[in-house]
Design a protein around this ligand. Sequence first.
Ligand code: FAD
Length: 512
Amino acid sequence: MAHDTRIAADTVQPAGILPEVFREAVAQADVAISITDTAATILYVNPGFERVTGYSLAEARGQNQSLLSAKTTPPAVYTQLWATIGKGEPWSGRLVNRRRDGSEYLADLMITPVRDGDGRVANYLGIHRDITELHRLECQVCNQKALIESVVDSAPLAMALLDGERRVVLDNLQYKKLTSELGVGEAAKIILDAVRAEHGDTLGVPRDGAQAFADREIRIDREGGKAPRWFSCTGTWVRSVNAATYAFFGARDSIYLLLIAKEITQQRAQQEQARMAALQAMMAEENRVSGLRESLSAALFHMEGPMNVLASVVAMQGRRGQHDPTAAALGEALRAGQQALDTLRRATPDLIGESVSAANINELLRDVLDLATVRLLRAGIMVTWKPQATLPVIYGRPVRLRSMFKALVDNAIDAMNTKGWQRRELTVVTRSRAGSVEVLIEDSGPGIPPALHLKAFEPFFTTNPGGVRHAGTGLSMAQQVVADHEGIIEIDADYDSGCRMRVALPCQRENF
Ligand code: FAD
């Protein structure tokens, strides 16, 4: 033993450090250390080697290191081991070893070639430890990870873990699929924007286990005539250990947002069908009422002119003191006419009452396009629907807003649906602009001459005097509705391929 340890200590001894210290360090080290010749014949093993393998120095000395082989390590591993140390380079890896008592263990081995004074490899230093338990734990973690991943991936839910910068650090298959299907960037951003826009949720102060929001139903509109998709979303704060080295002795925990989105499009589609049926009935009633109002208003408007003339004549005759039968007849005609006007005014139905609520403009426009589908198809009009995926909520009167948009779409259809008109394209765009939601309704019809852009909003103005559908009150009604919502409606003067109506509605309004 004295001879063997001397070889090792002499070979590596730096100046000023006693060989005895090396001997004791090796002897007392809590790992299995062996020193061999270049054929792997054991010259020395430390007490740690005996603890790990069961072989004492006396039993191991003179034997090949293959004494430890359990004969299950693939030969290629040994070939690679020898090829490496044969070049004088260190090798490390894992081998299946067998102890003296026959039990197997997994060895984490490092072999370092030791050179003599001439620089030739004279010995090998082997250091190994039993990592059976560590390996078992690694496998357990791996298996659990695989199990969790397969459960998470097969769940019909999109899941993503977001860091403090709202970057996705972990996600499942469904989430990846959703992001690629939406095709407009990270799905998490679209979902969080929609939750904020539709429900006003801010994420609040992160607290482990707390919910930032729960069961929020959101709607994601898509371009190209694709049906919208609905999701029920929940955000939960979760704490996670930071694996970065800098965090080892510092603040190791970081808080993440676990975002879970469950698609509920199918359920919502059924609800939507029922809602559309109710809406159709409501719009039909509204159409009847507004048609009646429109006709009576037109009649009143047209009768008020001659009645005013008649009133002036009667007043003039009264001032001149004329009391002949003609004057009396005119006075009688005026009274009868005024009575008829009063009767018409009383017969004019009131607007259907509606209270203020949150309205999603994308939703209202989709309703309008759905309601107009039959007319659009019959007229052979190609529709391009370009909604911004999520829009801020508008506080207003959704029924009136919907009717207003319907009037604009009806106007566009009417403009293009004339005999011989070739280009029939309708484009509806929504986008949010500083504090407001903007809607563009473009048609490829003949357009309205710039000189009439302001006049077009006057009551009973029409570019189609022979038309039967409208008395020319659609745009004036639209202007009234937009004004009630403190918005702006205008005909885009820069658009010359037809008519483009631009409606801008403010998102948050006071004193409404
Ligand atoms: P072997 O016939 O010994 O060899 C397998 C392959 O290794 C052969 O294909 C051959 O190409 C190559 N080989 C073997 N000896 C040499 C050599 N002297 N020069 C070049 N190539 C050679 N093995 C373990 O299983 N467990 C251990 O804990 C372990 N510790 C080791 C510690 C040290 C310091 C060294 C140097 C080797 C150690 N070995 C260990 C490797 C061991 O020496 C054997 O090579 C291995 O156990 C395979 O033995 P075997 O009888 O199955 O096959």
